[in-house]
Design a protein around this ligand. Structure first.
Ligand code: NAP
Length: 250
């Protein structure tokens, strides 16, 4: 918990008791984001496919006094996403914040890129945001408030070679974010796109010739950004935020 003397105590105090669903919460940015929300007093619902890793993260958070629920979920599956939201409502009765963070990156030139890999990248980075928003929105609309944070990438705006599926998915997700924001702003639901540059996470495991790990952002940097956006007062919305390593694109 944050002491009242913490410089961000007012902002973070707004998150106390909030119910936050975080996808891709077993590793990397999602795990750091879950940890940061839990430290701010939020109740966190963690989603990812691999049960053991996810349950370990939830168990560690509970050990530190947080309320954390692990719901193994493949966010590309309609039924699984419905179950995730229903489990959240059954346990905590509402959903205040949804962080759409899950996603995979497969890379290679278009001519060599496998159709199944294309589907995997598009479904996890783009379709999943639509699915999670679709099923989290009804309870948010019913309660008259909510916040959706979509973790995209600078690849939504910059064309990286050998990254067609990833860039297309993230650019599509940025368009989806803008449409969603305009559809629900009248109902007091705030939607934000977060576009990080390179972040040192397991995302890069197995990627040939990755950028310099030492220069990358830490997942905590992105987590802090997300928590701080969610702690902003009502009456304002941060629509888009780009978070880059100091050296920019690596
Ligand atoms: N790392 C970077 O440099 C960077 C930069 C900009 C943006 N991003 C974006 O940030 C987000 C998180 O990336 P990260 O770096 O933290 O990656 P990561 O360390 O590889 O973690 C990805 C998380 O997503 C989960 N996941 C993947 N596919 C899923 C699915 N179909 N259903 C549910 N969960 C799924 C993974 O768990 P399971 O495998 O167990 O499902 C894991 O928890 C991604 O959207 C990524 O595109 C990353």
């Amino acid at each position: 918990m944050v002491s009242p003397s913490h410089p961000n105590a007012t902002e973070i105090g707004r998150l106390n008791g909030k119910v936050v669903v975080i996808t891709g919460a077993s590793k990397g940015i999602g795990k750091s984001t879950a940890t940061a929300f839990a430290a701010a007093g939020a109740k966190v619902v963690l989603a990812a496919r691999t049960r053991e890793t996810l349950e370990q993260v939830a168990a560690d958070l509970r050990k530190s006094g947080a309320e954390a629920l692990a719901v193994p979920t493949d966010v590309t599956s309609t039924d699984a996403v419905k179950r995730l939201i229903q489990r959240t409502l059954d346990t905590y009765q509402h959903v205040d914040i949804l962080v759409n963070n899950a996603g995979v990156g497969y890379f290679g030139p278009v001519v060599d890129f496998a159709p199944d890999d294309w589907d995997m990248v598009l479904n996890s980075n783009l379709k999943a945001i639509y699915l999670c928003a679709k099923y989290a929105l009804p309870p948010m609309l019913a309660q008259g408030s909510g916040q959706i944070i979509n973790v995209l990438s600078i690849a939504a705006k910059v064309a990286f070679e050998a990254s067609a599926a990833y860039c297309a998915a993230k650019a599509g997700a940025l368009a989806l974010t803008k449409v969603l924001a305009s559809e629900v702003r009248q109902q007091n639901i705030r939607v934000t796109a977060v576009l990080p540059g390179s972040v040192r996470t397991p995302f890069w495991d197995g990627v040939p010739e990755p950028p310099d790990f030492e220069q990358m952002l830490k997942p905590e940097h992105v987590a802090e950004t997300i928590v701080s956006v969610c702690g902003q007062p009502s009456g304002m919305v941060t629509e888009e935020i780009v978070v880059m390593p100091p050296l920019g694109i690596l």
